[in-house]
Design a binder for this molecule. Structure first.
Ligand code: TXA
Ligand code: MG
Length: 344
């Protein structure tokens, strides 16, 4: 199959035609590019899983053009969901709610819940408005790889597997949406993103709702068995969002360990360093890619930088972890943890 890259307005018309025909199409959102299909058609949903090589137990995110359409799709809605929709939609927040009757079971991996969001991107909204039905869209990469933040990234992942990539330039946020479970008594952030835990807590408190907002897996343990975690949020595998080159993470405070590792395991290997500004030079490193010091800019460029590191022909990537943990840094740290292993 020939994969064509098009820009609006032609691209939007083609995308709507493809979706109407039960086909898949890649399109931009403010977070990352999505691989969309009609969320009410089992054959179309099945194609998304097949194209991505995605395990069938990992549910997709449903996208709608506005909050009214999202409410219509969901099988239940509650006061906290209403507050968060008002505050953050359109935007990088996904809410887990009871699944409505029109949404394919397969899109939700057979669960009785569904994840839904209204994206904040003019092209995505135009496609959703003109198509008029809910669109399920995971990130437009092969399962387990780094999410695409440009049309070129999508092509690198899915060339020959999909008919169309709608080119909307670089994504402005660069990390996948925040996923918050709204089906339990206390909302729980399952995947951190640009809508931070603190922002959600502030909105819930300002609305006078007496609810704690939690984060992480319900059992609070980062190394719970995979099946347990899979039930909390089926897509959150420990290794995900990953480059193909073996990648190891380190923090500035553990530099002696990094230098020792380079002296032993690093000998004869081409080492690519991805680091924040002003890291003292490290002997034995072949190439340095610098991440922006600011949180929003770092989020926006993280995946593109990991892709460049992956393409630079190195044997190993060393990735410096951020020192800050709050706000969007929680999301950056989460993705880095999944992209790279701890240095042995
Ligand atoms: O920013 C985004 O969210 C992008 C753009 C395209 O919208 N999409 C995206 O989709 O990141 P994907 O498939 O790569 O990630 C979906 C996430 C997974 O972590 C999955 O486990 C979670 O949403 N999810 C989906 N349905 C769920 C459910 N019913 N319960 C818990 N988690 C769910
Ligand atoms: Mg993904």
């Amino acid at each position: 199959m020939q994969t064509s890259i098009q820009i609006p307005p032609v691209a939007v018309a083609l995308a709507v035609d493809l979706l109407t025909g039960g086909n898949v199409v890649a399109f931009p959102t403010e977070t990352v590019y999505g691989l969309g299909a009609d969320a009410t058609r089992p054959d179309a949903v099945e194609m998304v899983y097949r194209v991505k090589g995605r395990p069938p137990n990992n549910p997709l995110i449903i996208h709608t053009a506005d909050t009214a359409a999202a409410e219509h799709c969901a099988g239940g809605w509650n006061p906290a969901a209403k507050i968060l929709a008002q505050a953050f939609w359109p935007g990088p927040l996904t809410m887990v709610l009871p699944r409505g009757p029109h949404i394919c079971k397969a899109a939700c991996a057979g669960l009785d819940t569904m994840a839904i969001r209204v994206p904040n991107h003019p092209i995505a909204l135009e496609i959703l408005n003109r198509f008029g039905r809910p669109v399920c869209a995971p990130s437009a990469n092969l399962s387990g790889h780094t999410s695409p933040t440009s049309a070129a990234h999508v092509l690198a992942e899915l060339d020959g597997r999909i008919p169309l990539i709608v080119d909307g330039g670089n994504c402005t946020i660069g990390l996948e949406s925040t996923v918050v479970d709204m089906t339990t008594d206390s909302p729980r952030v399952l995947r951190p993103g640009a809508v931070t835990l603190e922002m959600i807590q502030r909105q819930i408190a300002a609305a006078g709702l007496n609810l704690a907002v939690l984060s992480g897996a319900p059992d609070g343990s980062a190394d719970s068995p995979e099946e347990t975690r899979a039930m909390a949020s089926p897509g959150l595998f420990p290794r995900h969002y990953a480059p193909r080159t073996p990648a190891f993470r380190f923090s500035r405070s553990s530099m002696p360990g990094v230098l020792n590792w380079l002296k032993e395991a690093g000998i004869g290997r081409r080492v690519i360093l991805v680091a924040f500004p002003d890291l003292p030079p490290i002997p034995g490193v072949s190439e340095v890619l610098t991440l922006p010091a600011g949180g929003a800019a770092c989020a926006q460029q993280l995946y593109a930088t990991l892709r460049r590191a992956d393409e630079s022909g190195g044997d190993v990537i060393l990735l410096e972890m951020p020192e800050l943990r709050s706000g969007v840094w929680a999301a950056i740290e989460d993705r880095m943890n999944r992209a790279a292993q701890e240095l042995p």
